[in-house]
Design a protein around this ligand. Structure first.
Ligand code: ATP
Length: 296
C-alpha cells in the first residue's frame, strides 16, 4: 500500500528548478526521512504533497488523492506541523489544542496530546510565555491532535534541547507503532537513524540515494576501521574482516587491547560524501556546526 507516490515532479522558481524530476514512493505505515542540504528542495516537495504549492510537472498522489484538488475529508486524514502557535500568544496550549481538536472527526484527547508532547506544566499558561522549543512541541501537538493517518514533519526538532528530542523520538515511535505514516525532513542524521525505516537523500531537487539508514550508500558493506593504542600511538587498520583483526590483536596483547574501537562509516559520513559534489565547503561546515550545536 502506497501512501505517497511522486512521479517526475518538477517545480521551478524563475529559471531555477528547486525540484528536478523527483520519483519517490512512501509506503503506508512507513517512517520516511527526507535528507538534503539547505535549498535541496525538501520543503518545496513536502509543501506540494500538502497541497500548499503547485507543481509545474509530474504526478503526485497522497492518500490516493491529488493534493491540489483534495477535499476537507482528505485534509482531516493528514497532519501538518506548521508554525501555528505564532500569533496566538494570549491563548493557552490547552485552549488552542481543544479548539483545534473540535475541527476533526475523531481527535485524540487533549490531555493525551499535552502529555505526549511533554507540555503538562505549561498547558494552562499563555503561549506568550513558552520557550521556542516548547512552542515547537505545541506545533507538533497541533499536528497530531486530529489523529492523522499521515503526518508531515518539516524539521520538527529544530530548537529542541537533547532531552526534548529524545522525548519527541519516543512520541514518533509510538505514532509509528499505531500505524501512522510519517514523512519527516531533518538536518539531524542521528534523528533519521533513530526514526526512519528508509531515508531519501536529495540535492538540487534530485534523489541521490534511497535506502534504509543502515544500508544507505552501501554503508553496511563498507570496510570497518579497527583502532587501538600501542607504544603511545594510536593505530588504525581498515579491514573487511574486523573480527579477524580483533582476534589477532587479542592474541598479541595480554588482556584488554588498549582503547580498542571498531567503527564503520556513520550515517553522517555517508551522507556528507553523497552530497559533497552538490554543496560548497561552507555548506558542509555549516551542517557540521549545526549538528555539533544540537548534540552539545
Ligand atoms: P532547507 O534545508 O534550507 O529548509 P530545502 O531543502 O527545504 O532547504 P526549499 O525550501 O525547498 O529547500 O528550497 C529549494 C530551492 O528553491 C532553494 O534554492 C530556494 O531558494 C528556492 N525557493 C524556495 N521557495 C521559493 C520561493 N517561494 N520563491 C523563490 N525561490 C524559492
Amino acid at each position: 500500500m502506497t501512501a505517497i507516490s511522486i512521479r517526475g515532479l518538477v517545480k521551478a522558481y524563475g529559471d531555477r528548478r528547486a525540484v528536478d524530476g523527483l520519483d519517490l514512493d512512501i509506503e503506508t505505515g512507513e517512517v520516511f526521512a527526507l535528507l538534503g542540504p539547505n535549498g535541496a528542495g525538501k520543503t518545496t516537495t513536502v509543501e506540494i504533497l500538502e497541497g500548499f504549492r503547485t507543481a509545474d510537472e509530474g504526478e503526485v498522489s497522497v492518500l490516493d488523492a491529488d493534493p491540489r484538488t483534495a477535499d476537507r475529508a482528505w485534509r482531516n486524514r493528514i497532519g501538518i506541523v506548521l508554525q501555528t502557535s505564532a500569533g496566538l500568544d494570549l491563548l493557552t496550549p490547552r485552549e488552542i489544542l481543544t479548539s483545534t481538536a473540535h475541527t476533526y472527526a475523531t481527535p485524540r484527547g487533549v490531555g493525551e496530546v499535552i502529555a505526549a508532547v511533554g507540555l503538562e506544566e505549561k498547558a494552562d499558561e499563555r503561549i506568550a510565555g513558552l520557550s521556542g522549543g516548547q512552542r515547537r512541541r505545541l506545533d507538533v501537538g497541533l499536528g497530531i491532535v486530529g489523529r492523522p493517518e499521515l503526518l508531515f514533519l518539516d524539521e520538527p526538532t529544530t530548537g529542541f534541547d537533547p532531552q526534548a528530542r529524545r522525548d519527541f523520538w519516543e512520541l514518533i515511535r509510538n505514532l509509528a507503532s499505531e500505524g501512522t505514516t510519517i514523512l519527516l525532513t531533518t538536518h539531524y542524521l542521528d534523528e533519521a537513524e533513530q526514526l526512519a525505516d528508509r531515508v531519501g537523500v536529495i540535492a538540487a531537487g534530485r534523489l541521490l540515494a534511497l535506502d534504509t539508514p543502515a544500508n544507505l550508500g552501501g554503508r553496511a558493506s563498507e570496510e570497518a576501521t579497527v583502532a587501538w593504542s600501542e607504544d603511545g600511538h594510536r593505530r588504525t587498520v581498515r579491514t573487511a574482516t574486523p573480527t579477524l583483526e580483533v582476534r589477532r590483536l587479542s592474541e598479541r596483547f595480554v588482556g584488554e587491547v588498549p582503547e580498542l574501537v571498531v567503527s564503520r562509516p556513520s550515517l553522517e559520513d555517508t551522507y556528507l560524501s553523497l552530497i559533497a559534489p552538490h554543496v560548497t565547503q561552507a555548506d558542509v561546515e555549516d551542517h557540521a556546526t549545526t549538528t555539533r550545536k544540537v548534540l552539545a
